[in-house]
Design a binder for this molecule. Structure first.
Ligand code: NI
Length: 188
């Protein structure tokens, strides 16, 4: 277990397509997930992907937000962090609703900034856990957004690359000037 340095935008590992993991149940994957968890927790994130700690493998972890989480509740983010962790090795995403909605996102690899990102409203995602269990879930709204964000890391894509306009890429510290303020959880 270790807290690792989180790679930041500009590091080539974040722009690379991550490698498929041949055996999701390998001990090295369990160790990798522990390092990812420790690093995410130390940075107060709600999700992280392996490339963010410099390992180009298709592994992502996140806390599933409650579908009915109150958006502006200051305790919402803490609640999300307290939710059970999902670990996905070799994940895949299928779009179930082509509708895209814009929402605020932040990223541990793009510290200090936040931006408006279009994401599919509803998806199905699949993957394998390090215990060898298959996961298949339907997700919408913020849950779907978190999954799409982390999955993008495995494609070598960061949220600023998905933004329709960089006019909404701002420093989190200046959010008070926005009329449409992002919620706490959206900044995680
Ligand atoms: Ni991120």
């Amino acid at each position: 277990m270790a807290i690792c340095e989180i790679k930041k935008m500009g590091n080539p590992v974040l722009r690379r397509e991550a490698d498929t993991v041949p055996d999701p149940t390998a001990p090295e994957i369990k160790a990798l997930v522990e390092d990812m968890f420790d690093s995410m927790r130390a940075a107060s994130g709600i999700g992280i992907a392996a490339p963010q700690i410099g390992v180009s493998k298709q592994v992502m972890i996140f806390h599933v937000p409650d579908e009915d989480a109150p958006g502006n509740d200051p305790e919402t983010r803490q609640k999300v962090i307290d939710n059970p962790l999902t670990v996905l090795v070799n994940p895949a995403i299928e779009v179930l609703d082509e509708t895209m909605e814009e929402g605020w996102e932040g990223c541990l690899s793009v510290p200090g900034l936040t931006g408006l990102v279009p994401r599919y409203k509803k998806i199905r995602y699949t993957g394998t856990t390090p215990e060898g269990e298959k996961i298949e879930r339907v997700a919408s709204d913020f849950h779907a957004r978190v999954v799409q964000h982390e999955f993008d890391h495995l494609l070598g894509v960061l949220y600023p690359h998905r933004m329709r306009s960089n006019a909404s890429l701002i420093f989190t510290s200046e959010i008070e000037h926005l009329e449409d303020k992002p919620t706490e959880e959206e900044l995680a």
